[in-house]
Design a binder for this molecule. Structure first.
Ligand SMILES: C[S@@+](CC[C@H](N)C(=O)[O-])C[C@H]1O[C@@H](n2cnc3c(N)ncnc32)[C@H](O)[C@@H]1O
Length: 479
């Protein structure tokens, strides 16, 4: 069970977090605070550099909720299909276009693991931030001075997340930043002052963390140049002004790319998806992401996020505990028969290549592999199982593929798994609600919101599966 290792993760993490306190800047009470107090007019800069911006748009602070920070706002009604913002290929800030292969910056970037790609572009951002007269200064000076990402939380706030998979990720990122600071310093020590990558400025875990957060919360992965044969690569890039648009799962605008008529370069545009009323924020969909990723990369949590999931570790003891809670007896959870083991191996839940992470919630509601394993472990009818393919065994939409009693027992076991998973959280939803009403820091607010949403998700899965069990038995009675 994922949350079972939380205490050891938390201890490790606190060790890392304690030494990261210098990373923390006071979290901006208004996250709209910018790098410099009066930054240049971004819209004017975009227009001057060959981009276009719809005359009915302005940058505004989202007053309704300061956590949303700045936003692009309509000052007049805008018809659907209108071009809102357009950036020529020179305006996006990319790593690949200007960093020489083999250069010191390139060598440093190669030390960053692929999954932390934001740090690579972050290095370029730091370099431009340090360069006097940088082309991108009007953009960079408009970036937030601080970010509400968990790497900047205090040890206490990180612990309050109460969810091991996220604690693990935060811990990993904090450790990486501390290690990378050393690597950067050692590389810089070998360079002459003239070759210093960051204009002689001190680069530490704090500035690296700022840059990584700026990129993870604002960059888009878009097509780079069109390659011969019409292929294109996906490149992360920072999009001035476009990155002032906040996220919505039901956005009123979207990003499109058009090929520049005179070259292989790409134009990046934002187009109104539908009619936008006056005084409405222009929103984009950042992706169908879990709250883990929204919090880690963007520093916010979406209530009732339909893409959020809770991770569990597939573990026979856990299944035994759940079956006891459910009142479903199955000795096969701890000692599956050989034919059952074969199917568990095919499901990658046993054997050398086993992947034991399973999920609840999200679009599928129950992890197909978990559901299939329960159906298989709860039946003695090997023949019936062998008539089914893996997809039918894994599908929640299939009508009780092994019959009603097995389906009911499997679903009741999943419901019990949710009960057990809820027990792992040290606090209850009601306690979280009470804490949120109190006078707490913005990072504690985020941590408590995050863990509360995980619990509400489990409760929602329980509710939906209970309905399903009822429906199945009703159908049976009616038949
Ligand atoms: C691409 S930037 C958008 C512009 C940003 N609001 C600003 O002040 O610069 C992404 C950041 O905006 C905020 N944000 C965007 N959409 C949000 C949402 N739906 N809820 C809460 N915060 C959001 C988060 O701080 C996120 O890291």
């Amino acid at each position: 069970m994922a949350t079972s290792s939380s205490s050891s993760s938390a201890t490790k993490l606190l060790t890392a977090a304690a030494s990261l306190t210098h990373l923390r800047r006071p979290m901006a009470t208004c996250s709209a605070a910018r790098l410099v107090p009066q930054p240049p007019d971004l819209i004017r800069w975009v227009r001057r550099e060959g981009g276009s911006v719809h005359p009915g748009l302005k940058i505004a602070n989202d007053g309704a909720s300061s956590s949303l920070g700045a936003t692009v706002l309509s000052t007049q009604p805008i018809p659907g299909g209108s071009d809102l913002i357009s950036l020529p290929s020179g305006l996006p800030l990319r790593f690949d276009s200007s960093v020489e292969p083999g250069s010191a910056l390139d060598r440093l970037a190669r030390r960053v693991p692929e999954e932390l790609w934001a740090m690579r572009l972050g290095l370029k951002l730091l370099q431009e931030r340090a360069e006097v007269g940088s082309f991108w200064w009007p953009y960079i000076s408009n970036l937030p001075e601080a970010f509400s990402l968990p790497i900047f939380f205090s040890g206490e706030d990180i612990k309050s997340l109460q969810y091991a998979p996220l604690l693990h990720q935060v811990n990993k990122r904090c450790r990486f930043l501390l290690e990378f600071e050393k690597e950067v310093k050692s590389l810089l020590a070998d360079l002459t002052p003239n070759d210093h990558l960051f204009g002689g400025q001190n680069v530490d875990a704090s500035s690296l963390g700022w840059a990584m957060s700026a990129v993870s919360s604002r960059a888009f992965r878009l097509h780079g140049e069109i390659l011969p044969g019409g292929k294109h690569t996906d490149v992360p890039m920072l999009l001035p002004l476009i990155d002032m648009c906040n996220h919505s799962f039901d956005p009123n605008a979207r990003i499109v790319q058009e090929r520049d008529s005179s070259s292989s370069k790409m134009l990046v545009m934002v187009v109104a998806e539908r009619h936008i009323e006056q005084d409405t924020p222009v929103t984009l969909n950042y992706g169908c992401l879990t709250n883990d990723l929204f919090l880690l990369d963007y520093g916010f949590v979406i209530p009732s996020n339909p893409y959020d999931i809770t991770e569990l570790k597939y573990d026979r003891n856990l299944l035994d505990a759940a079956s006891m809670v459910a009142g479903v007896s199955s000795p096969n959870f701890s000692s599956p028969e050989e034919w059952q083991q074969e199917i568990l191996t095919k499901l990658n839940l046993m054997g050398d290549n086993a992947v034991l992470k399973v999920t609840l919630g999200g679009q599928g509601l129950v992890d197909g592999r978990l559901l299939a394993s329960l159906r298989v472990l709860l039946t003695r009818d090997r023949e019936a199982v062998e008539k089914l393919d893996l997809d039918s065994l894994m599908s929640l939409s299939a009508d009780a593929p092994l019959g009603l009693p097995i389906e009911t027992a499997a679903l009741r076991t999943v419901i019990a798994l949710c009960v057990v998973a809820l027990e792992y959280f040290p606090t209850k939803v009601m306690q979280d609600e009470a804490i949120l009403k109190g006078d707490i820091s913005s990072s504690m607010q985020l941590a408590v919101q995050f863990r509360m949403q995980k619990k509400l998700l489990l409760i929602d899965v329980m509710r939906k599966l209970t309905q399903r069990v009822r429906m199945l038995s009703k159908d049976k009675t009616a038949a």
